[in-house]
Ligand binder design. Sequence first.
Ligand code: AMP
Length: 202
Amino acid sequence: MRIVLLGPPGAGKGTQAALLSRHTGVPHIATGDIFRVNVAQGTELGRAAQCYMDRGDLVPDEVVIAMVMERLSEPDCEDGFLLDGFPRTVAQAEALDLRLAALRSPLDAAMNFEVAEGELFRRLAGRSAELHRSDDGEETIRHRLEVFATKTRLLVDYYMHRGLLAVVDAEGRVREVNRRILDGLGIAAVVEASAWTSLALA
Ligand code: AMP
């Protein structure tokens, strides 16, 4: 199963990708998480990414693409992946297509998480208070939503034209959204009850 999760910050992609990864055993690859680990560890990649992240801007394509291509070449990705937060630009989507074409292993779907803007802002402000992420201040949140609207939303058309777009109504409780995704993919719910509590259901 090779899936990309599209949608604005705060749409719940990370939470749903983690659940889907438990269901399927396919690795959840979140580019934002990889960058945050690198920033925390003070690596060269982390130093290259930090100023962009703090401003709510996208890290340059060449940096992100190289990082994701390296991750996708690891053995756990042979049977698939759930890409969360990548691609975010058309150049990134094209780089992914080229790699998958070379491997003769095309994407199965691009899931587009749809949430109304007011709800997104409410969720991101809540996360800011909870997690103290350096890019969850009010101005930066607004900027990240603008960056999504100008650069990443183009990918909805990109994947629609390729017949890969699957729209996810991402409003409502985590459990309900998960149900919709599993129904859409035709997967039976097998996540044990403890998984729900450990994911801190909204
Ligand atoms: P996220 O956790 O997915 O919201 O990502 C946090 C930040 O990491 C973003 O605001 C960007 O600065 C950076 N980032 C993550 N993924 C990408 C990507 N695919 N392209 C460019 N920058 C990214």
